[in-house]
Design a binder for this molecule. Structure first.
Ligand code: ZN
Length: 590
């Protein structure tokens, strides 16, 4: 019951992959073919079927009628087989979630290219990757080569690849082109980084740094690693940032400047952020690819899959991405605390945190977190950032109450031991697991943090570790209570914060600010004009709402306390120091 595909980057100038899907023994009542509506790891309905341009079916050279049943399902008229469906897929989305094809390279996720043959999903799937006509491209994927079969691909080559089932097939993104690559091993497991996009990279440095992160994580969960090889697929572009996790690879997009240049000495912040992204996606190989919400088993790719647990799967992964860099020595304790301060500030900045819990944010990821509009800071909380803070609060609580004997690390390892086999984590199972590991009943603490909208008690918790949490203002200028951006020389309001001066003055996202107290505003002089005023001052603002000239009075607020600093308490007790060193994996110098 093999399903066999061929993929040809046939028309790069039109960004079209030509795909054929052949089924030897189709459903006698009419074989259905369906494309996923979303890609696991990115919780939004994307309706990949909209990228299919032309589609037709045939059996032994004769055309077979195809009827569209719903937006992503086609059904072929009954035939004996073999049945082949041929179609073109438009691929012009330079992201890690979709597909992209031009004359320089091709990248795709199986969710966008491979129609599932209904009823055959559990059987073997073969993919014949065909090379482009006039280019010497290579292939990077962890999809296994179909060894022993005629036309089997060799490593990095075109040819036949194999997946045990459809779910496996679509969890292996494929890059084809002239990428540069570097290899390393971590705990004996071969790893590779393939970098697409013209950029000079110190690949040895990158490999050495990634090796430290990967070895730390494999040892964190315990050897052996749950995969036989691992691939980082990196797309370097002018501006970009993002990643998507898979079971034994990750697709990443980054800015060229994020990658280490040859001869670079100290790691700059952008590179540390890139390593944090790699660390995040790698941690997902355990936390969400193997330890999954029970609600994801199996994925229903036709519609939204609801879980209230993304704060755990994304948030705890976000907590450990930087913490892994710290513990393996790629970030100093001070640099780690600086990054933690940024996460604290990111959560604090939006009043949405007081209105939406992370359980709600997880559940509604499909319509809110992934579809943010100008009102997002006022309406929602990030289950990534607040989830990371819940991990922090839980980690510090466990360490403090057990004198450092138990930590969140033990909880993660217990999650792996009990739920890493694919049985899934139930929506209400986590607090019980924490109790089993630590002997502490933290259900109320967790309920408040996860279901509630109050701020987490991080200040007293950090104090027990000899750390001071202080809020400061990034700028001494009075606050407008809005985010603005320059557009074609004008200053346009992008976001208006709840109950701030801009909202009280009646300004809205999309308004073009023209003048302050009769003086023309430009993208350059906002700070200069503001710098002459203090909180409480009233200013006349002229602005365009659509094409209407309007005027309002704005009363400036004090500078926002939007920066969070974590500093050493002058004389911390030895017990606090011991707890802190255990948590940070090394001493923090003041
Ligand atoms: Zn993630």
């Amino acid at each position: 019951m093999t399903v066999r595909y061929t993929v040809t980057p046939a028309r790069p100038e039109a960004h079209l992959f030509i795909v054929a899907c052949a089924v030897d023994s189709p459903d006698p009542d009419g074989q259905a073919f369906r494309l996923p509506a979303w890609i696991p790891g990115s919780y939004m309905i994307r309706e990949f079927a909209r990228h299919i341009v032309r589609i037709r079916a045939s059996c032994r050279g004769r055309p077979v009628a195809l009827a569209k049943e719903d937006k992503h399902t086609w059904r072929a008229a009954p035939c004996r087989g073999p049945l082949t469906v041929e179609y073109e897929v438009y691929a012009w989305d330079l992201s890690v979630r979709c597909a992209h094809l031009d004359a320089t390279h091709g990248f795709f996720n199986g969710t966008q290219l491979f129609l599932a043959a209904a009823g055959h999903e559990q059987g073997e799937h073969l993919v014949d990757l065909r090379p482009p006509r006039h280019a010497d491209w290579r292939v990077a994927t962890t999809l296994p080569e179909a060894r022993g079969r005629p036309g089997a691909a060799k490593r990095h080559g075109f040819g036949l690849y194999r997946a045990a089932d459809y779910d496996t097939l679509i969890d292996h993104p494929v890059e084809m082109g002239r990428f540069q690559s570097v290899r390393f091993t971590a705990c004996g497991v071969p790893h590779e980084v393939a970098i697409t996009g013209g950029v000079r990279v110190d690949t040895r440095r990158l490999a050495a740094d990634l090796q430290r992160v990967c070895e730390w994580q494999i040892r964190f969960f315990g050897e052996p690693a749950p995969f036989r090889r691992y691939l980082f697929l990196v797309m370097a572009v002018g501006e970009g940032y993002g990643g998507l996790e898979h079971r034994d690879s990750t697709a990443l997009i980054c800015s060229r400047r994020d990658l280490p240049a040859p001869g670079m000495k100290a790691a700059h912040e952008a590179y540390a952020t890139f390593l944090g992204l790699c660390s995040h996606e790698y941690f997902h190989a355990w936390n969400v690819k193997r330890i999954k919400p029970a609600a994801f088993i199996p994925y229903d790719l036709a519609q939204e899959n609801y879980t209230r647990l993304l704060w755990l799967f994304e948030g705890f992964t976000s907590y450990y991405d930087d913490l892994a860099l710290r513990r393996c020595g790629l970030l100093s304790p001070a640099a780690y605390l600086e990054r933690l301060g940024k996460t604290l500030a990111a959560v604090q900045r939006g009043s949405g945190r007081l209105k939406q819990s992370v359980a709600e944010s997880s559940f509604d990821a499909w319509i809110k977190y992934y579809r943010q509009d100008e009102n997002a800071p006022n309406a929602l909380v990030s289950y990534y950032a607040k989830g990371a803070l819940i991990a922090l609060a839980l980690d510090l609580t466990l360490r403090r109450r057990t004198g450092g004997a138990v930590s969140l690390d033990d909880v993660m390892r217990a999650l792996w031991a009990r739920h890493g086999d694919g049985r899934g984590l139930g929506e209400d199972e986590f607090a019980g697991l924490v109790r089993d590991v630590s002997g502490l009943d933290l259900r109320r603490f967790l309920d408040r943090a996860v279901q509630g909208t109050g701020d987490l008690p991080l200040k007293p918790l950090l104090a027990a570790f000899g750390l001071n949490l202080r809020w400061e203002s990034a700028s001494p200028l009075p606050s407008l209570g809005a985010k603005t951006a320059a557009e074609a020389g004008s200053l346009v309001v992008k976001q208006v914060f709840d109950e701030g001066p801009a909202q009280q003055a009646g300004l809205s996202a999309g308004d073009t600010l023209l003048a302050l107290d009769g003086l023309r505003l430009t993208e350059r002089n906002l700070d200069t004009l503001f710098g002459r005023h203090r909180a409480g001052d009233e200013l006349t603002v002229h602005f365009f709402r659509h094409d209407e000239l309007r005027q309002t009075t704005l009363r400036l607020a004090p500078p926002a306390k939007d920066i969070c600093r974590l500093t050493l308490v002058a004389k911390s007790a030895p017990a606090a120091r011991r707890l802190r060193d255990g948590w940070l994996g090394g001493p923090l110098r003041g």
